[in-house]
Each structure stands twice: as C-alpha cells, then as structure tokens.
Ligand binder design. Structure first.
Ligand code: HEM
Length: 477
C-alpha cells in the first residue's frame, strides 16, 4: 500500500489527542471527538487536541453565536500557520492576518476601496461580456446536443471573471507556470487545507517531514514572479482612469501613500492572492452545487425557470438589475448554501486570550473551527435537515449575511467574508443566466435521483465528480 502523509499526519494528530484527553476533560463539556469528518460531528461544541494545539469544534448555531458574536473580539484572530507564512508574504494578507491594527487597516482598505458597491458595479460590463461568451459556447453545444462539463465551464468562467477584475485582463496559462493558472491556484487551496505536522507540533516544522514547506516555498516563488510581472505591466500601462482594476487601485494607494501603514509590493501581492483565492473557487463551487440541486430536483428547476419567465420574459437574457426580483431563486441559493456550504469549516479563528464561554474555559491560543456543515444540518435548528426544501425560507427572515447563526456560508462578525456582496452577485447572475437560457438534461438518460452528490473535502468543498449535462436553448431570440 502506498504511504500517505495525509493519513499518517491524521493518525499522529489523533493519537496525540488521546494523550492529552485528561487535561481538558473537566474543562469543557464535549471531551474528545474522534471522528474527523465534518459530516458527523455532533451539534454542540467540543474540544479536541490536535498535536500540541487545542481545537474547539463549534457545531451548533447557539455555540457559533457565542464565538462569533458574544466573544467575537477574543476569537477574531487567525492561528499561526505554515501555509499563511509562506503563501501570504508573511501573513501580510487579510485572510490569514493576525487581528490587530494592521489587519483592521487592511480590512478597511479592502472593504472601502476594493470590494465596495461602486467598485463591484464598475465590473458589470466585464461580467456581462464573460457570461455572454459562455452562453454563446453553450448555444453551440445545444445545437449539437452535446454533453457539457459544467464543472469545467463554470470554474473557467469564475477564473476569467476574477482575473479581469483583479488584473484588468486575462493572462495566458503559460504566463504563470507550465501547469496553468487554475491548476496553480488549486494547489494553493490544497496546500492551505492539508493538515501540516508543523502547525500542530511547531518543533517539527523545521524538519518539513511532509515536504509541504518546500512545496509552499516553490509555489510562493511562482506567485511572486508572476505578481511582479503584473505590477510591472500596470506600471508600464499606467492606470486605467475610471475603469481601474483591483491592482490599479492598490497601485494608486501605494503611490499616493494614503495608508496610515506601510503598503508596498508585498502587500499588493498578498492582497492579489486573497482576491483571487477568495473569489474563484467559492463562486464556482457554489454555482455548481446550486445547479446540481436543480438538476436533482426538476420541480424546483421548473419553478426557478417560471420565475425567470415572469420577471425577465423569454425574449432577452437576465440583467443584473433583474436579480433582486428573483425571490424564489434566492430561497434556492440559501437552501443550497445550507446543505453545501463551500467553506464547510470556514477559516480557523484563534483565541488571543483565555476566555470563559458558557461557563467553560477556552485556553488562549486555541483554534476555533466553525463547522457550518453540521450547523446547516442541525436537527434542532432545521426540520427535515437532510432534505432540499427551498420553500422552508418562505416568510422567514433567515438570510446568509451572518445575522442568523443557523446559516453561515459567509461567516459572521469581524472576520465575516468581505467579498459576500460580490460572491452572491456572481452566483445569482451565473445560475439565473444558465437556467434562463437553457433547459438542462442529465446525460445517458440518468434519472435526477441518481445524480451523484458526493463531496470532495477541502478548504472549499467541491463535487467529487464533474457535473455533466446537455443544454437546450430556450429563449426566443
Ligand atoms: C460565494 C462566494 C463566497 C463564499 C461562500 C465565501 C465564504 C467565506 C468564508 C466562510 C470566509 C471565512 C469567514 C470566517 O473565517 O469567519 C471568507 C473569508 C474571506 N473571503 Fe470570502 N467567500 C466568497 C466570496 C469571496 C469573494 C468574491 C472575495 C473577494 C474577492 C472573498 C474574499 C474573502 C477574504 C479576503 C476573506 C478573509 C477575511 C478575513 O479574514 O478578514 N470571498 N469567505
């Protein structure tokens, strides 16, 4: 049998959790959870020692509210992390930045300058153009009654939209590395998610037993070279007036020195990776899960299409201005986020001081893992939690913006996703356009109930198998 570092690491970490079991047994109500799959964790909250690091697994809405709202300030940091060190220019980015004045300033800069409503609207023509190109290619597939790999199509669309938003243009795959842009990005997401012995036994970090650090260093060099080239291109081409991409905006900020903190090439590069990492896989995977649920539930698909017919009509394509009227689609999206949160364990939070939560001691330096997958399926919060029922949101005020702790696809509190508005917009737009322009049929006469919904676990949870379907164009023009 082939030796796997992944399983070896998990075994070592679990074994070490046994050794420390006694220490925390009386401190917290859960004892040690031995099942690693986020699917089976029991609602509530548990302490589990991975290596030398205490981990709190939060898997009920009530517990999530305590950690993300009541004591948000104590848990608003990120743990030290090998991947963050090498892949974020020494934690200069937002996603893995430690809580403090630097992170607060950077967060303000991202929210106000890079991800504001104004900035998001400025990319509207680009989104329309990229989606238009996809629709044209699907129309050709529809004419030939060809099976389409929706996983590939949607992830390419998300990647191109992200590149144009961040860099202002599409780079060719070979510009970054012979493996291609998407592949290199996926490697980052994978490396960040792999359990790393160095994170749980810091004294082992230097030995790099799994070879992860050397991979990270190599990848970081690839990104560093590529991002320097992007910066050079922007310096050479000058800024693009009203149509500034994200790099243009950051370069202006850097050149005018308007920040109250140091902001140089390293910061620009770290934020570039955040924006790409934050927007590419999340939007693609959310879209893929929504389409999967619609294909699996044809009556729901019909209702979404009927709503689109009523709001948009069959004479034209969907415009962004139509989206707020698509209330049934909104329920479908919420229901899919509940069952398939794309970041099922979010990003880890970190206790910056000892804290008593609900009467239990949480030691300083604990990692807090919010299990949104378990929360979305918590039977005390949801009736028939395993069933896909968008109508459950009819007349309910539960939304996805972090105020309702039973549904947290974007997190909540200080660390909640700053790209939520953009992410939601992209997902609503792509899904509505695809189901408005086309009827979809599963290949090989597959029945909807036979569609495989197996997940592939990672920082972002994708389908284990690609989603394949045959389109038929349904608009009158
Ligand atoms: C459907 C799309 C998206 C989903 C489901 C999603 C989900 C999330 C989640 C769950 C977190 C972690 C929250 C926490 O740890 O408390 C997060 C953080 C983050 N997201 Fe998103 N996201 C999406 C789109 C985006 C987009 C479009 C961007 C930027 C262009 C983005 C940038 C970020 C960043 C920078 C963070 C780290 C924030 C921090 O640590 O302060 N995300 N996202």
């Amino acid at each position: 049998m082939e030796f796997s570092w992944f399983w070896f690491t998990l075994v070592v970490i679990v074994a070490s959790s046994f050794l420390h079991r006694g220490k925390y047994k009386n401190k917290f109500n859960g004892g040690v959870v031995l099942n690693f799959s986020y699917r089976f964790l029991v609602p509530g909250y548990y302490i589990m020692r991975f290596g030398l690091v205490p981990n709190i697994i939060v898997s009920s809405p009530k517990a999530a509210e305590l950690f993300l709202k009541t004591y948000d300030l104590v848990f608003a940091s990120r743990p030290p992390h090998q991947a963050a060190k090498y892949l974020s220019w020494d934690q200069r980015n937002l996603a893995y930045g430690q809580y403090g004045p630097y992170w607060r300033n950077m967060r303000k800069l991202c929210t106000l300058e890079l991800l504001s409503s104004l900035k998001i609207s400025s990319f509207q023509p680009m989104r329309r153009e990229e989606l238009g190109l996809l629709i044209e290619s699907l129309k050709r597939a529809a004419q030939g009654h060809v099976v389409v790999d929706l996983t590939v199509k949607v992830s390419s669309l998300a990647a191109e939209m992200s590149c144009r938003m961040v860099f202002g243009k599409k780079y060719e795959d070979k510009d970054i590395d012979e493996r291609g842009f998407k592949c290199v990005m996926q490697e980052v997401v994978k490396l960040v998610a792999v359990p790393n012995l160095g994170d749980y036994f810091p004294f082992l970090g230097i030995l790099d037993l799994q070879g992860l650090t050397s991979k990270m260093k190599a990848l970081s060099k690839v990104f560093d070279d590529f991002f320097e080239k992007v910066i050079d291109d922007h310096v050479r081409d000058g800024n693009h007036g009203q149509n500034k991409d994200i790099v243009d905006t950051m370069m202006s900020i850097m050149q005018t020195g308007q920040t109250e903190f140091q902001f140089d090439h390293r910061h620009v590069k770290a934020i570039m990776l955040d924006m790409l990492g934050g927007s590419m896989d999340t939007a693609a995977s959310s879209t893929e899960w929504i389409l999967s649920e619609l294909l699996k539930n044809p009556s729901t698909m019909k209702k979404v299409q009927k709503e689109l017919e009523d709001v948009v009509g069959l004479e034209r394509m969907v415009e962004e201005s139509d989206l707020e009227q698509l209330t049934y689609l909104e329920m479908v999206i919420k229901e899919t986020f509940r069952l398939h949160p794309v970041a099922p364990l979010m990003l880890p939070h970190y206790a910056t001081e000892d804290c008593k939560v609900d009467g239990y001691d949480i030691p300083k330096e604990s990692r807090i893992i919010i299990n949104t997958y378990a929360i979305g399926r918590d039977p005390s919060a949801w009736t028939d939690p395993e069933k896909f029922i968008p109508e459950r949101f009819l007349g309910s005020d539960i939304d996805v913006r972090g105020q309702h702790f039973q549904l947290l696809p974007f997190g909540s509190g200080r660390r909640g996703c700053p790209g939520m508005q953009l992410g939601l917009l992209q997902v609503q737009l792509i899904v509505s356009q695809l189901v408005h322009c086309f009827d979809w049929q599963l290949p090989n006469d597959m029945l909807p109930e036979d569609l495989d919904m197996t997940e592939e676990f990672g920082l972002v949870t994708t389908r284990a198998n690609h989603l394949m379907a045959i389109p038929t164009f349904r608009l009158q023009k």
